[in-house]
Design a protein around this ligand. Sequence first.
Ligand code: GTP
Ligand code: SPV
Ligand code: MN
Length: 611
Amino acid sequence: MASFEFSHKGLQAWVNEVADLCRPESVVVYGDSREEYNFLCEQLVSAGTFKRLSSSLRPGSFIANSDPADTARVEEKTFICSQKAVDAGPTNNWIDPNVMKARLEPLFRGSMRGRTMYVVPFLMGPEGSPFSRIGVELTDSAYVVLNMSIIARTGAQAMNALGTDSDFVRCLHSCGRKANSGDSGAQTWPCDPERMAIAHFPEERLVWSYGSGYGGNALLNKKCFALRVASCIARDEGWLAEHMMILSITNPQGRKKYFTGAFPSSCGKTNLAMLKSSFPGWEVKTVGDDIAWMHFGADGRLYAINPEAGFFGVAPNTSVKSNPNAMRALACNTIFTNCALTPDGDVWWEGIGREAPDGTLDWREQRRSKPDRECGDAAASSAQAPLSHPNARFTSPAANCPSMDEEWENPNGVPISAILFGGRRSTTIPLVCEARNWTHGVFIGANLSSETTAAAAGQVGRLRRDPFAMFPFCGYNIGDYFSHWLSLGQNPAHVLPRIYQVNWFRKNPQGQYLWPGYSDNMRVLKWIFERCDNEHKVVETPLGGLPEKEAIDTKGLSISAENLGDLLTVRKEDLQTEISSIRIHLQRLGGRVPASLFRELATMEEKYSGL
Ligand code: GTP
Ligand code: SPV
Ligand code: MN
């Protein structure tokens, strides 16, 4: 049992308290040395949770398959337990904090029996940055520890930051065990999906997660801390914690700008952040692929840091063609979850760009042979059960990624020139449009929408409004969140980034994408870059300013004039539906939605009537 002495009294007290409750067999502090990392990998190989991949094809890498009932974030079982229900607001499941604790305590009681409890201090953000924050996760999952050590800064960097008295966010995690599963703790993927709960106590800077070992449910540094709890801290302190990628773009004259972009889960952040430009002289580099913490600096500009140190990226459709930088990042020292395993010890997924060899094991460890082994787009082979799970993921260190920007760990962050909002919209939303001003940009963010994806459990392809891509991640009342964004725009000292809406996913009536996407998104980034320098005219529409057709550089692109026309057309009949859908959405979000967003809706309607 806990025989550890921490010089940090608060940490000591909390570790003792949790060990008393969860009754682990031992308590181990994870220090992030090579030896500790390898030891845990070996342990997971012995337990059957990990399989080591071929050391020549995929050195230092492992594959894990989760329980089929534990493959994605579970939004219905995610709670914001603020003191008052109204502070959690309409987008969150709320339960009184005392009620939630009384419900979860019996589940945590003895939940770590027969297991080790790992103490994992972690730092979110670059070492020495005034914007970085500390957390400690207590977990009974070695799989979680290893993933955390890749996507967050664990070990000495975190310990040093913690010191003897620094504040930290408390993250308690137990996989639990299914009722009647015995006490052996020997399952390869322990979990308790029936009783799973991911509970946030924002006022206490505390997270309790029980019953899942997967992704954002269990790697508590990521969505739980860096978005849900951090969004509350950011509101209190006047900054922003956002579900945004961060990239840099350099033009042929060597001038560089940084953009952030909010896209809902599995809607293209990682791919955009790692975009490989095909335009001579233009270059894109990566700062972050999922989360941005942003602060206004002394010069009035908005600066962003990436609080993470690695990627937990969507595997399906990642290929040398679609995302060569990600393929390099996952070439070694990577953990793959719910991918398929080839007979020669490599990973495979739909859309990897080559055929699956005969005898490939699918993510449920079933051996598969023709005609399942089709190569192609994940969606195209949906007639067969896919070999990889649609939310299969790779966990890779940023240090592996050849496109990291030289400033990606700048403690002060990088200055942001433009903010992008995008989602999967098969109709209505054009390839790109520009917000008229900050308030209109906040209106665009507030109404962001997408067809749902496999990143969260539930139906895929259903249109939902996902404000700022934060619907599942904003830790407080979304109306207050909109007000927070609006208020930052009212400070005359602030030099505001421009705001854009983009849509790579518009389809023709046959269901085919109109836009090639991926590296060709560069053509849109280039237009935005030039707009930030006041180049080009825009065509005013009720949605915002569209590019003139010839302003999008299509050199070397084989796209029909008709398709490009469709991508840059705002249809009156589509707008009518969009306006009523936005009205329902904003009304449903309730009384705290700022009046200025309804005024923006009225303006949109006026412009629509004038068409
Ligand atoms: P999370 O990690 O869940 O937050 O996802 P993300 O926003 O980082 O999305 P990601 O870049 O991983 O892309 C998700 C899926 O969309 C992958 O299967 C991509 O191949 C696909 N995708 C990304 N960009 C594009 C694009 O421009 N066009 C098309 N058609 N698909 C894309
Ligand atoms: C997302 O769903 O937005 C992700 C994956 O980035 S997870 O970490 O599981 O939340
Ligand atoms: Mn994400």
